[in-house]
Design a protein around this ligand. Structure first.
Ligand code: TYM
Length: 331
């Protein structure tokens, strides 16, 4: 059985990018694989959340995992900081990771630009922590969005380096994974780039968002002045809206708006109305379950406890082996 590992940083509400880039794959994998899905709360410390925000955000992601259909009886669902073994493996990997390669990581460079007053060592060694998360369970597959591709490359580098240094086969080389073959990037509503929480107000649609707010955001999405000739290529903002439509709407609806665009009859207002309603139909049942599960603290604490126990069993064995290989041996 293949081992699958993935995580999400608790930074607030999950958005459609998280859902279609990651969670949808988790759901497809949970029946047939040995899955470990976690909440990457150590990772979120790189942006210095307050203790209250940190705790609230961890709960939110936990609730949203469950509301999406992640089944804690089928998978190991846990909180990263409940697994201190991760921190130990991270320390060990740090010793074999080099400044040059860490400084070249795109997400590090982006973060350093975004938070120039807080370029902490955790940001630099983020790929080591992520590699520790993954190889601690000896994962084969890691379902993630396109933005995580480089981190997976680093993970393979660190796994390979460890094996080679000690002449062992302890860690498999894990692959980033999406069921649709290619890793995906869900666009945001601001006309460029990807859907993301830190990309600014109005760019992301959250799973827990109220219909009124979804309509408002979608109606404000960036477009252009319209097609200039029949069958003309679409501008990036308009292509983004079509990408979202392809995800939440029926093929007939997509075809209808494609035809309207190609014959230059399209009214972006109509497309946005349809897109908003289809997003609402998709998120409404999720939103209901989020509210319901959020109120059940007894259930949540049971899930977290069972997850931590199962995760530690798997992690403790790997760390024990790594320690022995490195030369930490009993007298
Ligand atoms: P994070 O928390 O930023 O995002 C969680 C998951 O959502 C995906 N994602 C997207 N996919 C497609 N389009 C988008 N617009 C979009 N936005 C987010 C991300 O690719 C990711 O799969 N470093 C990770 C968390 C992490 C992790 C791990 C993942 C820590 N340790 C080990 C896998 C394995 C991160 O910051 O993802």
């Amino acid at each position: 059985m293949e081992i699958v590992v993935s995580g999400i940083r608790p930074t607030g509400y999950l958005h459609l990018g998280n859902y279609f880039g990651a969670i949808q794959n988790f759901l497809k994998m949970q029946d047939e694989n040995n899955c470990f899905f976690f909440i990457a709360d150590y990772h979120s410390l790189t942006t210095h959340p307050t203790p209250a925000d940190l705790h609230g955000n961890v709960k939110q992601v936990l609730v949203e995992y469950l509301a999406s259909g992640i089944d804690p009886e089928k998978v190991t669902l846990y909180i990263q900081s409940d697994l201190p073994e991760t921190a130990e493996l991270y320390l060990l990997l740090n010793m074999n990771a080099y400044m040059g390669e860490l400084e070249r990581v795109t997400t590090f460079k982006e973060k350093a630009r975004k938070q120039p007053d807080n370029i902490n060592a955790g940001l630099l060694t983020y790929p080591c922590l992520m590699a520790a998360d993954i190889i601690i369970h000896k994962a084969h597959k890691v379902p993630v969005g396109k933005d995580q591709e480089q981190h997976l490359e680093m993970t393979r580098t660190f796994a390979r380096r460890f094996n080679r240094m000690y002449n062992v086969e302890l860690f498999p080389e894990p692959q980033a994974f999406n069921f649709g073959q290619e890793l995906i990037k869900i666009p945001g509503l601001d006309g460029s780039g990807k859907m993301g929480k830190s990309e600014g107000e109005g760019n992301a649609i959250f799973l827990a968002e109220e219909p009124k707010s979804i309509r408002k955001k979608v109606m404000r999405a960036v477009t252009d002045t319209g097609p200039t000739s029949p069958n003309s290529p679409k501008s990036e903002p308009v292509e983004n809206l079509f990408s979202l439509l392809r995800i939440v709407s029926t093929p007939d609806t997509v075809q209808y708006f494609e035809d309207q665009y190609n014959s230059m009859q399209i009214r972006y207002g109509d497309l946005k109305k349809q897109l908003a309603e289809d997003i609402i139909s998709f998120t409404a049942p999720l939103r209901e379950r989020i509210i319901e599960i959020s109120a059940d603290d007894a259930y949540l604490s049971k899930v977290v406890k069972i997850g931590a126990d199962k995760a530690r069993e798997s992690a403790a064995k790997t760390v024990k082996d790594a320690r022995e290989i490195i030369g930490f041996r009993k007298f």
